[in-house]
Design a binder for this molecule. Structure first.
Ligand code: FAD
Length: 439
């Protein structure tokens, strides 16, 4: 019998949404079963939580307990021949690649942080910078195990109907306790990266469209501040797996992949995180975006090798970077739009920010292929993820902007990604659909 949980503050990653909830942290499946039976008997509506990397409130619970799954984090088996790893649902993408890379494998889909649990990667059906090439996370999951209402484990394969409730089900399909993931073989731990600056949204869209078959990973860091001809200018990074080992070897070892604690071997990253706070204002971030663009432009097209970890998990190397947004925290808003209307809608999404006087400090543009799961959020098209600080003065206009973005996205036939939704856009879309269907 475990001790009753004391209510504590449970944050969304953006530090804007939170709840005060009793948090249960089972360390094993039997403990989870016992906890859930007890909570069910109490009639408590449970929310499951992984590592809490969703920006909004999706892993918080204002009306009941939170069951955090990170204690179930064992790697259970690894099949070298098939490249399939089986792990408990609280193991993270980081746990998996650390186990797999020395054996010559890498997860086919990784998020911008390695601190995402496998259970949540399925429940959210996350995507990476290679969504066009590899699709979403669940496309590489041959089997998951979920607990039924009575606590008995049920194994689900992709073709089974129960899987549709689990993938992109945000925990509604029951707690995922085990995940099998098919990894991809890699010959080295490096990527051949190309980085360059582009002057407008049109150029950026064209470049990523033309490169989508040739590059495994593509992302554009969009500067949302300029208008006119420079609207949507960006720095593009694209990369393919390096086939040949470098001078230092294949780089499959964990020491090579270490993100390190210093920028350029000199400046402590903890200091960089703290300095970020000094630039976390509209003028500051306008200069940061401009500086990044000009520095990249001055260097022309840069080709270099980067470790898989450094390319994919850039933000993880800056400890506590989100604290730069305190005291109000920040919200993300990720617009997904079909390719047919992408140019107009994305340009309008940036223009609306200028009109509202609330401009995203960082814009991340990706090309997506259409998801094949019933709970899909990605059309054959594009997404633009936006980061906005929340301040007491700016909050009303920020919320108004989000409502206008909601309308824009709806009209375009696109969608929003629930993991990044902090202001109820996802719930409003669902409610709207129910409303228009039922009345
Ligand atoms: C820096 C950063 C970069 C990111 N980059 C990307 C990206 O590139 N692509 C992308 O798709 N997302 C990205 N995200 C979002 C993140 O991948 C998702 O929000 C992911 O779901 C978070 O995983 P988590 O373990 O923290 O889960 P949580 O945020 O704790 O939970 C997410 C959801 O999963 C449910 N859940 C958790 N565990 C289980 C379980 N075992 N069984 C059933 N349901 C469960 C929860 O109820 C909740 O609905 C990023 C987030 C950050 C902070």
């Amino acid at each position: 019998m475990t001790a009753p949980a004391v209510p504590e503050r449970v944050d969304g990653f953006g530090l804007y949404s939170f709840s005060v909830s009793p948090v249960h942290r089972p360390r094993s499946v039997p403990e989870l079963v016992e906890t859930l039976a007890r909570l069910r008997a109490e009639g408590a509506p449970v929310v499951f939580r992984g590592a809490g990397r969703s920006y909004g409130p999706v892993a918080t619970n204002p009306s009941g307990p939170v069951v955090e799954m990170t204690g179930l984090n064992r790697i259970l088996s690894f099949d070298d021949a098939a490249g399939v790893v089986r792990a408990e649902a609280g193991a993270t993408i980081g746990d998996v690649w650390r186990h797999a890379l020395p054996r010559g494998f890498w997860p086919p889909v990784v998020t911008g942080t390695e601190h995402v649990t496998l259970g949540a990667a399925v429940a959210a059906n996350v995507h990476g910078k290679n969504h066009w090439k590899r699709g979403s996370f669940a496309e590489h999951v041959p089997e998951v195990t979920v607990l039924d209402g009575d606590g008995s484990p049920r194994r689900l394969r992709p073709e089974e109907p129960g899987m549709a409730r689990v993938v992109g089900g945000w925990g509604e399909g029951g707690p995922v306790v085990e995940v099998a993931l098919r990894l991809k073989p890699v010959r080295t731990g490096y990527l051949d990266v190309e980085g360059f600056a582009l002057g407008s949204l049109d150029e950026t869209l064209r470049c990523l469209e033309e490169g989508k078959e040739d590059w495994e990973y593509q992302v554009a860091w969009v500067d949302c501040f300029p208008s006119g001809a420079a609207l949507g200018r960006s720095v593009v990074h694209r990369a393919n797996h390096s086939a040949e080992p470098g001078k230092g070897g294949a780089g499959l070892d964990l020491a090579t992949q270490s993100l390190g604690t210093r920028v350029a071997g000199v400046v402590p990253k903890a200091l960089v995180s703290r300095l970020l706070g000094l630039f976390t204002s509209d003028p500051g971030m306008r200069w940061v975006n401009l500086g990044k663009l000009l520095a990249t432009r001055a260097g022309g097209t840069r080709r270099y090798r980067q470790t898989l970890a450094a390319f994919n998990f850039l933000l993880d190397s800056l400890p506590d970077w989100r604290n730069a947004y305190l005291p109000g925290g920040f919200i993300q808003y990720q617009v997904f739009v079909p390719k047919e209307s992408a140019r107009e809608v994305l340009a309008e999404a940036i223009r609306l920010q200028h009109e509202a006087g609330a401009v995203s400090y960082l814009g991340v543009l990706k090309r997506h292929r259409s998801d094949r799961f019933p709970n899909a959020y990605a059309p054959d098209g594009w997404s633009l993820a936006l980061d906005f600080p929340v301040t007491r003065r700016g909050a009303p206009r920020l919320i108004r902007l989000c409502r206008r973005l909601d309308e824009l996205v709806s009209r375009s036939g696109g969608g929003v990604y629930r993991a990044k939704d902090c202001v109820g856009s996802w719930e409003r879309r669902i409610a709207n659909r129910i409303y228009t269907r039922e009345f």
